[in-house]
Design a protein around this ligand. Structure first.
Ligand SMILES: CSC[C@H]1O[C@@H](n2cnc3c(O)ncnc32)[C@H](O)[C@@H]1O
Ligand SMILES: [Zn+2]
Length: 451
C-alpha cells in the first residue's frame, strides 16, 4: 500500500516491526513489513524488503519482537477524574455520583485540578497506547491545552449540565463558553471539539435543542451518557412517559453525529433506530460492570450494523484508563452476554478501539487505521515476553493476553511521545508528586488542612 506512486512523498523514517496490524482490512496481519512516515503521515505500509531499497537514506526504527497497531482511541472519558481514582468504590451509579463524586467535584474542581488530573490521565493513557481521547469535563479549555502541549489528540467536550459549577452557572453560560473554546481551537491539528450534554436526566429540552442546532451548524459530534442504567430509563418513564433515547430522537439528536455512551438498556426497536440513524454507541464495559449499571448488547448492535467505539469512562469509576484491558473485558463480556463464544471477536474489538472510535468522532479520514495518507499515530507492543508467547494469532494475543505495560512506543502525527516506555513530552515524576498532593488534600477530613 503506497500513497501515490506518481509523486513519491518524502520519508523521514521507517518503523519496521515483526508484525503490523493495519486494522483496515479488519483482521489483516502483515509480517516483516514497515511503515514509512513522512511529515507526520503514513506514506506507505509495505514489506521491508520492498520499502528499504526505495528509502535507503531514511532513519530506521527496528521493533523485532513487536506488533505495530494504530493508536488507540478512548472514545469516552473524564480525564481529570484520575485525581478521584479510588475515592468512592463499590457503589451504584447514582449513589456514587450524588453522594460522593458531585460533592467532591463541587469542592475541588477548578483550573488547577483539571490541569493536574488531565496531565496525569495523559501520562497513563500514553503509557497504554492511547493516542486520542474524547473527553467530557469541566474547564475543557484546560484539557485542550494539556493535550496539545503533551502532543496527543483530544476531542474536548463542550459540556452542558443543568447545575452550576466552578466553570459555568447555567446552560447558556456552558454553551457560550463552549463556543468560545471551539473558536479558539478550531485550527489546531490535534484538538477537536464535540458537544457534550452530560445526560438526558441533567439537561433540559431547551438546552438539548440548542445542542442539536449547534452540532448541525458546527458539524461536530454530540457526546452524551444515555441509558446507562435501568433506573435512569424507569425514572424518565415514570416522570415523563418517555424513554430517554426516544426523547433525544424527538429532539433530533439521534443522527450520525451521536455518540451514545453506555447504552446498557436498549430494546430491539431502539437498536434498529440507532442503526437506521447511523448513530454510534460507546461501550464502557468496565465502568458498567463496576457500577453494576448493566450490559451493553454489543452483539445485537453489531448484527444491526451500529457503529461501536470503546471507552474507559473516568478513572473514578473504572478505575483505570487502560483501553487495551478494556478491549479484553469487552470481548469477554460480549460472549457472556450473548451466550456465544464468537461474539465480539478479537479483530472486531480492536477495530472498535481504533477505527470505531475514529469514525464515531468524525476522524476516520485522519486516524484509526494504518493506511497511507492518514496521520502516523502508531503504537508498538512488545509480544516477546513469556506472557505473550508463543504467538499463533497476533490479534488474539494482543486482545486476550497482552497488557498495557507491553506498550513500548507511541507516536502521534509521527512525533514520538513514548520511547522504550519513557514519556518524552510530560514529566512523569512531577505528575505523581502533584497527584499525591491532591490526594492528601482531598482525603483530609473537612475543616482540617492536608498533612
Ligand atoms: C459535565 S462534566 C462530566 C460529569 O460526568 C460525571 N460522570 C463521570 N462518570 C459518569 C458516569 O458514568 N455517568 C454519569 N456521569 C458521570 C462527572 O463526575 C462529571 O460531573
Ligand atoms: Zn462518563
Amino acid at each position: 500500500m503506497s500513497a501515490n506512486p506518481a509523486a513519491p512523498s518524502p520519508v523521514d523514517y521507517l518503523v519496521r516491526a515483526r508484525w503490523i496490524v493495519p486494522v483496515e482490512p479488519e483482521g489483516a496481519v502483515l509480517e516483516d513489513h514497515a511503515v514509512a512516515v513522512g511529515a507526520g503521515r503514513i506514506v506507505a505500509v509495505e514489506p521491508w524488503s520492498a520499502l528499504r531499497p526505495r528509502h535507503p537514506e531514511a532513519a530506521v526504527i527496528e521493533r523485532p519482537r513487536h506488533v505495530l497497531i494504530p493508536g488507540l482511541v478512548n472514545a469516552h472519558t473524564h480525564a481529570a477524574m484520575t485525581l478521584l481514582r479510588g475515592l468512592a468504590d463499590d457503589l451504584p451509579l447514582m449513589t456514587w455520583l450524588q453522594e460522593h463524586i458531585w460533592p467532591a467535584e463541587a469542592r475541588w474542581v477548578g483550573e488547577a485540578f483539571v490541569h493536574d488530573g488531565t496531565l496525569h490521565a495523559v501520562a497513563e493513557m500514553l503509557r497504554g497506547g492511547v493516542t486520542c481521547f474524547n473527553d467530557m469535563y469541566f474547564f475543557p479549555e484546560v484539557t485542550a491545552r494539556v493535550a496539545a502541549e503533551a502532543g496527543l489528540r483530544a476531542v474536548v467536550g463542550l459540556i452542558v449540565i443543568d447545575f452550576p459549577s466552578a466553570w459555568a452557572r447555567n446552560a447558556d453560560e456552558y454553551l457560550a463558553k463552549g463556543l468560545e473554546l471551539h473558536d479558539a481551537w478550531r485550527n489546531h491539528p490535534l484538538i477537536r471539539t464535540a458537544l457534550a450534554p452530560h445526560a438526558p436526566y441533567t439537561v433540559a429540552d431547551a438546552a438539548l435543542e440548542r445542542v442539536r442546532v449547534l452540532a448541525d451548524e458546527l458539524e461536530i459530534p454530540v457526546h452524551i451518557h444515555v441509558h446507562e442504567t435501568a433506573e435512569e430509563v424507569a425514572r424518565a418513564v415514570a416522570e415523563t412517559g418517555e424513554r430517554p433515547l426516544a426523547r433525544l430522537d424527538r429532539l433530533g439528536l439521534v443522527s450520525p453525529a451521536l455518540l451514545a455512551v453506555h447504552a446498557t438498556q436498549l430494546t430491539p426497536a431502539e437498536i434498529a433506530r440507532l442503526a437506521d440513524a447511523g448513530a454510534h454507541v460507546v461501550h464502557c464495559p468496565e465502568s458498567n460492570l463496576k457500577l453494576a449499571s448493566g450490559f451493553c448488547p454489543v452483539q445485537a448492535l453489531a448484527e444491526a450494523g451500529v457503529g461501536l467505539a470503546l471507552g474507559t469512562d473516568g478513572a473514578a469509576s473504572n478505575n483505570d484508563l487502560d483501553l487495551l484491558g478494556e478491549m479484553r473485558t469487552a470481548a469477554l463480556l460480549a460472549k457472556a452476554v450473548a451466550g456465544r463464544a464468537d461474539a465480539l471477536p478479537a479483530a472486531r474489538v480492536l477495530a472498535a478501539a481504533t477505527l470505531g472510535g475514529a469514525r464515531a468522532l468524525g476522524l476516520e479520514a485522519e486516524i484509526g487505521s494504518l493506511v497511507p495518507g492518514k496521520a502516523a499515530d502508531l503504537v508498538a507492543v512488545d509480544l516477546g515476553a513469556p506472557e505473550t508467547q508463543p504467538v499463533y494469532d497476533v490479534i488474539s494475543q494482543l486482545v486476550y493476553a497482552a497488557g498495557r505495560e507491553q506498550v513500548t512506543d507511541v507516536w502521534v502525527a509521527g512525533r514520538p511521545l513514548l520511547r522504550d516506555r519513557v514519556l518524552l513530552t510530560v514529566d512523569e515524576e512531577a505528575i505523581l508528586v502533584r497527584s499525591a498532593q491532591w490526594a492528601r488534600r482531598i482525603a483530609a477530613p473537612p475543616g482540617e488542612a492536608a498533612p
